[in-house]
Unconditional design. Sequence first.
Length: 396
Amino acid sequence: MTSLTANDVPSPSTSSSSSSSSPPPLSMTVQALPRLLRSLPFAIGLVVPVVGLALVLAPSGPILYALPAIIFGVIPLLDAVLGHQQQMVEPESAATSGRDWRYDVWLWLWVPLQVTAVVVGIVTIGGGLGGAHPLTGWEFVLATVSVGLFTGVGINVAHELMHRRGKVERALAEVLMTTTTYTHFCVEHVLGHHKHVSTPVDPASSHLGDTLYGYLPRTLLGGLRSAWRIEDKRRRQAGLPWWSWKNRQFRYGLTLALVYVVIAATVGVMGVVFFAGQSLVAMCLLETINYIEHYGLARREIRPGVYERTMPWHSWNASQRLTNWFLFHLQRHADHHHIASRPYYALRHIDDSPQLPAGYATMVLLATVPPLWRLVMDHRVIAWTARQRVLEGAAD
């Protein structure tokens, strides 16, 4: 794959940023490997659903601590050891060549593992049938949080699938989002966030000085309102009645209501508490990642209500090797927002975008401590913004 070149990023003489430096090209050694072998590093992400399934089958003892330890302990440590990867995984033609089962298989495998784990967890954790003795309050809370971390990471898989054009992929995304009570994200993210990212209109874009705890209520409620408005407008333009199955307001609402009624009827109140609790953890993990990805970055308002095109410098990028394998290149976020149709294996590392000082797991921990977050990030935002203003002035 080729890197983003000066032809892709405008130079200071013609636009508001400089040309990007090219990451190393796809090495001959890597090109010589069969494509399935090249995709194998991304299989490492399946550690999460496998451990999650083991947890819900026997929710007691050390396994309760496994997922938090892996996500917030092992991965940041190994990121430091394994370093960065800026090479492209596939040649540029992969971006437009359609589906590739050798990369998609890892996404497909995730779906049944997550659905199975959540259903089993409702019975064993929510129903208290997971061990030789009833779960203690602490075990219940820890198991719920752990499953929420698992399904929260699974939202990243749903995110990849909801950007695909195929009906099957989008349906699988909806299935995964149903397990986190967050199906409206399929509407708001694709049709709202990607349109309004890094503008005051976008509830999922954080501003300089925002704390995570002030941002979360705004984005959770704002995203729901945004999705409702977007889908209502689409339904009316299509001439659909509100009860049409094609109306995602109706379909998502009815599906989630049925899920909760079935859980309450078959497992009871604690089953509902478990399902809702792990969903809340998953939502908060997702939105914490959103908080990190665009913190303090802003698109210029060209005229009232109209903003410049979304470019790579409107998203924070990160190149930690292991986390990019683990999250299917989600950290190559600059290229994802620049060209949202690219599948994860065709995303490019873009040097000419702001770079995070650490991988996502480390940044999530930083975000939970606002003074530490601002100490690490605010000066980076200010320096990047000043740089962009200088380049904009040169372009003018």
